[in-house]
Design a protein around this ligand. Structure first.
Ligand code: SF4
Length: 323
């Protein structure tokens, strides 16, 4: 039986919109709006949607890099949203993040050794020799060489820099890695190398991943389950094979249709995503996807569909299945 590592319940993150000379609050952006899901130990949950759908904000709120507006985030049964700053700092040993742009997230003035040593210093590894040994070991683990320790980030390729980003995340031996678009900035040929590395590391260190991406193609092979987000809400979540073989939500179907495939004739028959993403500051009433949905009905324009279990362990928020 699977053991739940992370349980997110009714999570909300609203950002105020201010205006006027006094800078009063005139509205809010519901970047994450009532999102619930769980992640089992050792599995990979893909979290997918267009930019602005709230997936990256969700990742940052889980880490409490952003404070949640409401909701709970239980990690091994402990509610992270209630932890004091000092306890949360200690907890970050267990939950680490890998970012999209490894260059921006690595200090250009520090050697790789200093970058990788830092999490150990923060988490109380006092012995300098031990820190150096662990840095060199970790470089080998992520497919680099120990002599790379003395080099600076600009001396590496994009793929190598992401390996350094992954090494930094692993230094504290975390249980959960939140990877926010970790391969989006890389050449396609390098993407699969980094994805393979992440899979190998997962097996070797029994890691649990939340893998955030804007493209269902990227998370297909790495994910056990996939959640699809649209304008701050989870609109579908299920096991990866069910989602790719029999998607329920029209938005998921459109995202799947937008995955590039080699045969252009097949592509033309599919229904591609229409129109632009509405502003998250002013989302459409009812189903937020109704302005772009070819299956839209009258009820969709007024009533927001709840995320419900349509088939065993397959949840979707769509009136098509709620008659
Ligand atoms: Fe389309 Fe209606 Fe389903 Fe929304 S609820 S995805 S508008 S059919």
């Amino acid at each position: 039986m699977s053991e739940v590592l992370l349980k997110v319940d009714k999570l909300k993150k609203y950002f105020p919109i201010t205006g006027g000379v006094l800078g009063r609050k005139v509205g809010e952006v519901k970047a994450v709006d009532d999102v619930s899901f769980f992640v089992n130990k050792g599995e990979t949950l893909g979290l997918v949607g267009e930019s602005g759908c709230g997936k990256s904000t969700t990742g940052r709120v889980l880490m409490r890099l952003l404070e949640p507006t409401e909701g709970t985030v239980e990690f091994e049964g402990q509610d992270l949203t209630k932890l004091k700053a000092e306890d949360m700092r200690r907890m970050r040993k267990e939950i680490q993040m890998v970012f999209q742009d490894p260059f921006a997230s690595l200090n250009p003035r520090h050697t790789v050794e200093k970058i990788l040593e830092e999490p150990l210093i923060v988490h109380g590894v006092k012995d300098k020799e031990e820190r150096k040994r662990r840095v060199r070991e970790m470089l080998e683990v992520v497919g680099l060489n120990s002599y790379h320790a003395k080099r600076y980030p600009h001396q590496f390729s994009g793929g190598q820099r992401q390996r350094i980003g992954i090494a930094r995340a692993l230094m504290t031996k975390p249980k959960l890695i939140i990877a926010d678009e970790p391969v989006s900035a890389l050449d396609v040929s390098i993407q699969s190398q980094v994805l393979n590395l992440l899979e190998d590391l997962q097996k070797e260190f029994q890691l649990t991943y939340i893998f955030i991406a804007h493209d269902l193609g990227v998370v297909k092979h790495i994910s056990d389950r996939v959640g699809v987000m649209y304008l701050g809400r989870l609109v579908e979540i299920t096991e990866a094979d069910k989602l790719y073989e029999k998607p329920l939500h029209p938005y998921t179907k459109a995202l799947l249709a937008s995955i590039p495939i080699p045969d252009p004739d097949v592509q033309q028959e599919k229904e591609l995503l229409k129109g632009d993403l509405p502003s998250p500051a002013n989302p459409p009433l009812g189903c937020a996807f109704h302005t772009r949905c070819s299956a839209c009905m009258e009820v969709c324009k007024t009533t927001r569909p709840e995320l419900v279990e349509i088939e065993p362990s397959h949840f979707a928020a769509c009136h098509l299945y709620n008659k």
